[in-house]
Design a protein. Structure first.
Length: 285
């Protein structure tokens, strides 16, 4: 199939893009950056926006900035930008490792980090990353700038608290401690498929014991999130099989699992138990 007719806008500045969006938002106006999520659903006419605001010519949105405490990722930054570490901080290695699990190479060359956050698929690796690392989403409109913390940003399956006239202009990730460890694991039926469950973890060691644990789970619930029960099971413990299994079990019990024609609740709990334990083993390796 082909998309329904639409008007294609190509603003040159962010202010121009926001002005157009404010005018056409009520007509289901959409922002286009990478288009790897939006264009396919338009082709199937599951979405029929009357206007597309193409931000690929807007200057400044393709930048990654590091101010020593925060990594800021602009709305035009592609997944492929993270194929190599963008910072010497452990966050750089984390983003590179996660990026290699996103779909397929051609998609990574076009799709964008912020576009993934705007689409808010429960299986998105970048949404999981944002939730686990306590990212801040920066939304801009003609009404001003709004900063949204990750726990307040996601609002269910493929839904966020972004207003229809707001553009997700950047995402801010706090840099990790210099001695931080990370681990990531996901399960999908085929390479490149959407993850049925995934986990990202980070922690530090203090006197040989786990501290500042972050345990995130995605793909298992309507939105990715940190699992405080799993983090509590880790903090203060010595890294190893006993602590990792306890945290994985806590995560499995804490989720409200999605169910579909392929998976029931028990199966998804088993997946969460597995991906959390494997992510922790990765971090300790």
């Amino acid at each position: 199939m082909k998309p329904a007719p639409f008007v294609h806008h190509v603003p040159r500045t962010l202010d121009e893009a926001l002005a157009i969006l404010s005018q056409v938002a009520g007509q289901d106006g959409r922002v286009l950056a990478g288009g790897q999520s939006l264009v396919p659903i338009m082709a199937f006419r599951l979405a029929k926006p009357a206007h597309l605001i193409d931000i690929n010519a807007v200057e400044g949105l393709d930048k990654i900035a590091n101010d020593g405490t925060t990594l800021t990722i602009g709305a035009r930054v592609r997944h492929a930008a993270f194929h190599k570490p963008v910072t010497d901080n452990p966050l750089g290695a984390l983003l590179s490792f996660v990026a290699r699990h996103i779909a397929h190479y051609p998609i990574r060359m076009r799709g964008t980090f912020c576009g993934s956050l705007a689409h808010a698929d429960p299986s998105s690796e970048w949404c999981l990353t944002a939730a686990t690392l306590d990212a801040t989403m920066v939304a801009r409109s003609t009404r001003g700038v709004r900063e949204i913390a990750a726990p307040d940003y996601f609002d269910g399956i493929m839904s966020t608290v972004l207003e229809e006239d707001e553009l997700l202009s950047e995402v801010r990730l706090p840099l990790l401690a210099a001695d931080a460890k990370f681990g990531f694991n996901e399960f999908s039926r085929r390479a490149g498929d959407f993850a049925m469950s995934a986990s990202l973890v980070t922690y530090r060691l203090e006197d040989g014991r786990i501290a500042e644990a972050h345990v995130g789970v995605g793909g298992a619930e309507p939105s990715p999130r940190r699992i405080p029960e799993a983090e509590a099971a880790l903090n203060g413990q010595t890294p190893g099989d006993a602590a990792f299994r306890a945290a994985a079990q806590a995560a499995s019990e804490a989720i409200d699992p999605l169910e579909d024609h392929q998976t029931d609740a028990a199966y998804r709990r088993d997946l969460v138990r597995a991906v959390v334990r494997r992510a922790l083993e990765h971090a300790a390796a």
